[in-house]
Ligand binder design. Sequence first.
Ligand code: ZN
Length: 602
Amino acid sequence: MIGLVLLQVFRLPLPGPPVVTGSYGEIRGTTLHLGVDFGVGERIGEVPVLAAGAGYVRRIRVSHTGYGKVVYIQHPNGLRTVYGHLSHFAPQGEAIVRAEQDRQRRFEIELYLPPDRWPVKAGDTIGWAGNSGYSFGAHLHFEVRTLRDETLPPYAYLGLRDSVPPVFIRLGLVPLSGESAVEGRGSYYFFRLAQHSSSSEERLYHIRDTVAITGRVGVVYTVGDRMGWSRAWTGVAEVVLRTQAGDTLYRVCWDTLSYDWRRYVPWHVDEPYNQIYRVGIERLYSQGLGFPWTKGNGVIQLDEGEVRGYEVVARDFLGNKAVVRFTLRGGRLKGPIWRVPLDPARSWSVEGGLLLARKSYQVVFADGGVDSVSPTRSLALNGRVPLYLIAGRDTQKTHIIAVLYPGHPSKVPLGRGCQLEVYAESLPDTMYLRAYWEEGPWGMTLVLGEPGLHLRTPATLTWDLAQSLPERYLSKAVPLYRGRQGGWDGVSGYRLRGRTLEVPLRRWGSYTIVLDTLAPTFRPLRRQGPFYIVQLEDFGSGVNPYTLKVEALNCCGAPPSTLYPEYYLPQHRLYIPREKGRVFRITVRDKVGNTRTQEVRF
Ligand SMILES: [Zn+2]
């Protein structure tokens, strides 16, 4: 990889050998990681962060979430480097930040600096690694960006080598329509992967069997990569599906990544599968929705008896490859397709407009019609709403209340003063909306859609509180959400308008309203590096970081001095500089105004 090594223009941003704990292009839940995380052994404020190259600090930001305390350096070669989650800045930066905080009288600031304000040489200490912002353990988040702030894979720029080709962990086929099947079944099919050969640049897999498909079929994969010198699994740069004749059917290419691409991730990963089996599989096809990083739609369809070879190639960021070759044959549909719900815990489900069942049911529709469904006979619903599934004494109420089509805004009344407003952009696919009310730990709970699955863009749940709450409690009403995993969480971004609560609905699941009348609590933790740390907890609306107050109580009757409260929302932790004393008065308020003031002594 000589050509890539020549790219090395930066030095490592930390002293000593690098420890990669998170990689560029790695999918995290439903988002993408756009930098490299370097571990610092959980030491806050002790490991210097070094400028990767000469240039000047162009931007500094301090915030309660995101990258916390972050430095952006502009280099003369046109690239930018980013250093996130710092514990604190080098003295020069601390002075700049402190002056701006004093000017704005707040913790959160953002500054763009002229080239002569804070010039740096390669290797200059610009700050210390920490745990600020959206971080759960001390580390450095490092990025390389273009002048347009698109991110680039940092490895080659840092001179990091990768001597190990990617690994295919899974490769499979998915039937994409009611008439589609793989080996006669309407469910996921995973190839048996056998490694054929491997060198330091290429790993080749072989699949012996020819697999029969009917109808439209897509390819899914799980791929990982290691760099050889590091234990961490890293993301890959590109995955391509092509015919053995060389025609590209689909291509996922992440050689550069833009921040707004992250919102496509829930449709690139196979979310229903991942939700149910907790296994990350990604798609080499798209149905309708175009992604900015792809080419083609990846859909495979063969005539009866037609045999074709395909290959899937994964390339890591330093050019090593893994290749899987397989052969498909167009099959003939003989007899019914065996098709069961994805979720083994449920006896039926609606997937892609098909009603699927694990046993034979009689289906009663909203229009009074009756039909039947069985494991080998799925039912194309075509917009009909199934109300009940009946098998002897086992009667299942579907709770399906509406059919929602992508591209069409609609409003669905849900009862109890509740309404769902879905926008044209909200859904990736036709949805049979399930909704029902049940008694929950906090009162009546609305169960909506498939728990945990994402909407493409948020819908709005409006909740008329006048029906259920006396006027004086309206301002304390707070929405809570529960996904597939269990615990209840606050929903951010809700608004009270008159007597109506407007709740942004980003994921399907259970929603309820609670009255938040309890003030937040706090608990001092052990000190870390230059900080005392206090854990803040609030059930319901959550701590409001903008009304936090931290005062250092000085000895001998001197007046207290007010600090800018360094609070990181995702961790619920308050960082107090130890140099400021040992006794503090903390005032914390939640978003509906419940307040607690308490002295804390370290
Ligand atoms: Zn990171």
